[in-house]
Design a protein around this ligand. Structure first.
Ligand SMILES: [Zn+2]
Length: 152
């Protein structure tokens, strides 16, 4: 497993959350929101469980974190997610004013950070987090690969 230079244990927690979601039949993607080295939200994909197309791990975690700190702006918060965020989640991360985004595997088919629309680099993006990619990449990619292999 490739470990990031900063707080790799937070990505480990996101990976563990992803793995548990996979066992429950959800696409194994996990997310953790951290503030001052405290985990304030942990979430996995819940789209099937909740019958909610917007229940991506990042959205669920951002809601929980915002609820916990009582603000829609997650100033000084860092978000760890096992897969490159999609367009919707990149937008939400921007609206939430997340400070740093750490993600694992790139998603050339659905991602919106280094792939697709590259939302944070677009002129309509008014806040871009610092982005660190490839943190826990191989483990995140393995979870997804095994999940979809078992489903074929
Ligand atoms: Zn998403």
């Amino acid at each position: 497993m490739i470990r990031g230079l900063k707080a790799p244990s937070f990505m480990d927690l996101a990976l563990l959350t992803a793995e548990n979601a996979g066992k429950a039949g959800e696409v194994p993607i996990g997310c953790v929101v951290v503030r001052n080295y405290d985990v304030i939200a942990t979430a996995a994909n819940r789209t099937l469980t909740d019958h909610d197309p917007t229940a991506h791990a990042e959205i669920v975690a951002l809601r929980e974190a915002a609820n916990k700190i009582g603000s829609e702006r997650l100033v000084d918060c860092d978000l760890y997610v096992t897969l490159e965020p999609c367009t919707m989640c990149a937008g939400a991360i921007s609206f939430a004013r997340v400070r740093r985004l750490y993600y694992g595997a790139a998603d050339p088919k659905g991602g919106a950070v280094e792939s697709g629309v590259r939302f944070f680099a677009s002129p309509t993006c008014h806040h871009a987090p610092d982005v660190y990619s490839g943190v826990g990449e191989s483990e995140a990619a393995r979870l997804l690969k095994e999940f979809f292999r078992e489903r074929r």
